[in-house]
Design a protein around this ligand. Sequence first.
Ligand code: UDP
Ligand code: MG
Length: 309
Amino acid sequence: MFSLVVPIYNEDKLIDVLMSRTIAAIESFTKDYEVIFVDDGSTDQSLLKILRWREKNKKIKLLSLSRNFGHQAAYTAGLEYCRGDIVAMMDGDLQDPPELLGEMYRKITKEDFDIVSGKKTGRKGKSNRNLYSILFHLVFRHIGDLKDMENYGNYSMMKRIAVNALLSMKEKVRYLPGLRTFVGFKHGDVEFVRDDRFSGKSKMNLRKLFRLGADAIFSFSRFPIRMCLILGTLGTLVFMGAGIYVLISKANGTAISGWSSTLLSIYFLGSVQLVFLGIMGEYIFRNYKESQNRPVYFVRKFYDDNPEK
Ligand code: UDP
Ligand code: MG
């Protein structure tokens, strides 16, 4: 069986187009499928609209979460509930064109890949995240432990073995494109131009984007914490030198009795310490999140005919 997981958060305006394009795309390569829409606490008509489609086609399933948990959590929920041998992840705003599913499916079944990712070769239209996204990737390219993440997003298809590997990683801070690279397996791409969102606004506000970016950096990079050590050591060396200089000039009797230099070094050291306390805090906070061990999401209801869970 083939499963498609689509997270939905307040997308009622595009559900109809999404459904018809998605179902047509899937039925062009298989009749044995399920599409799991994960309703991530939508407050509009999304849920009703999906259920109306489900009346006509029971292969359309709906996993309704108890509130908005964010799209990485929604994907995780869908991956845990789907039962396909081949599973795809696709955004629900039509930025990931459903028509590409056929090509991914062909690649995964005929060319024996375990994971096929959509590789963005361009973007249509403008979106508010561009600046943030550019900045994030500029930083991540240099310090992330993952190579070439820039052109990959959530759009992908995996065999069961890779899905299980992905789900066996129980960490709470979930950056799925990163985890997907981490698991390894035989990896292929399908190139595509990312469409502009079909309707409505991006549901990733700056706060959510920032959190996603920070999760990616702090869970896939050792660089920030290594910076603490490097700069800390450098700082200590510089100030030891400065201290010796001060002592020598004191002994020579040429010491300047200025308070500005004192104040400057206090400011400098103070701010460096604050920055690095902040970085340590980021790691400690994530560590704390993991140790809390809270579920990533709660399900309110799963609309499925023969749910095993
Ligand atoms: N989404 C979600 N929960 C959220 C935010 C977004 O399920 O808290 C869904 C959204 O409905 C869409 C997908 O995740 O199907 C990608 O979101 P969006 O297009 O807003 O993100 P962007 O493309 O701007 O990164
Ligand atoms: Mg989008």
